[in-house]
Design a protein around this ligand. Structure first.
Ligand SMILES: [Zn+2]
Ligand SMILES: [Zn+2]
Length: 228
C-alpha cells in the first residue's frame, strides 16, 4: 500500500500532483490542512474530486487558514475529515487533528495548545485502550501544526513556532510517523524518539511525503519526495 501526504495547498492546484498520481500507484492521499487560503470552500470540492478521479482515497485535516465549514466541505466530497478523530485504513491507523496553536495573525483555525495536547492525548489513549496487541498497525499522526522545536516548525527567521501539545503527545505515545505542515518554508524530515517527522512544505513547491508499506510484513519506508 502506498500513501502520499501533501500540505498547504492554499487554493493553488499543482498539475505535477495530478501527473504524479496518474503515473504512480497511490492508494491514499493525506492532506495536512490549509487546503484553502481563507476560502473559498468551493475549491475543496474541485481539488479533492480531481484526486478522486485518479482513483485515490482522501483523508484530510483542516488548517488554521481554512474557514469554519471546512470539515463539512471535505465531507461533501466524500473524503474523510479526520479532525479530532481516528481511522483504520488497511494496516495503518491514523490519528487526525487540524488547526494550529495560536499565531500572531489571528487566523480562523487557531486552538489553544493545551487543548491540542488534551485532544490528541485522548485519541491516543482511546486507541491504546481498544487496541489489539496482536494486530500490529503502523501509527500515523496527521496534524496541521508541526511539533515544537523540530526542523518541521522552523521559520525562515530562525524561530521554532510549532505546537508543544503535538510534541508532547509524540513523546508520550511514539507514533511511527508524524505528518504536519503549516510552516511553509520548513519542508523537512526529522526524528523525535522513534517517530519520523515530516513536513512536505507547500504543495506549490512540489514537496510530498511518500509512505510505501510492505503489506506482508508491515515494514515501511517513508521519505520526502519531489513531485517534479
Ligand atoms: Zn499554510
Ligand atoms: Zn497553517
Amino acid at each position: 500500500m502506498n500513501i502520499l501526504a501533501i500540505s498547504d495547498i492554499h487554493g493553488e492546484e499543482n498539475t505535477k500532483l495530478f501527473e504524479y498520481l496518474k503515473n504512480n500507484d497511490i492508494d491514499l492521499v493525506l492532506i495536512s490542512g490549509d487546503i484553502t487560503d481563507f476560502g473559498p470552500l468551493e475549491f475543496v470540492d474541485t481539488f479533492i474530486n480531481k484526486i478522486f478521479d485518479l482513483d485515490c482515497d482522501v483523508i484530510a485535516v483542516p488548517g488554521n487558514c481554512d474557514p469554519s465549514g471546512i470539515c463539512n466541505a471535505i465531507k461533501d466530497t466524500e473524503a474523510i475529515c479526520l479532525h479530532n478523530n481516528i481511522i483504520y485504513y488497511g494496516d495503518v491507523v491514523i490519528f487526525g487533528y487540524g488547526g494550529s496553536n495560536p499565531t500572531p495573525f489571528n487566523t480562523p483555525g487557531e486552538i489553544d495548545d493545551d487543548k491540542i495536547y488534551a485532544s490528541i492525548y485522548e485519541l491516543f489513549a482511546e486507541y491504546e485502550f481498544m487496541a489489539n496487541e496482536d494486530a500490529k498497525k503502523i501509527k500515523i499522526l496527521l496534524t496541521h501544526a508541526p511539533p515544537y522545536n523540530t526542523s518541521a516548525d522552523l521559520t525562515s527567521s530562525g524561530d521554532h513556532v510549532g505546537s508543544q501539545g503535538v510534541k508532547k503527545t509524540i513523546h508520550e505515545f511514539q507514533p511511527d510517523i508524524s505528518i504536519c505542515g503549516h510552516i511553509h518554508e520548513a519542508k523537512s524530515k526529522d526524528k523525535v524518539g522513534i517517530t519520523e517527522i515530516f513536513n512536505p512544505g507547500m504543495l506549490k513547491n512540489n514537496g510530498a511525503v511518500l509512505i510505501e508499506i510492505n503489506d506482508d510484513d508491515l515494514t515501511y519506508n517513508a521519505d520526502i519526495i519531489s513531485l517534479e
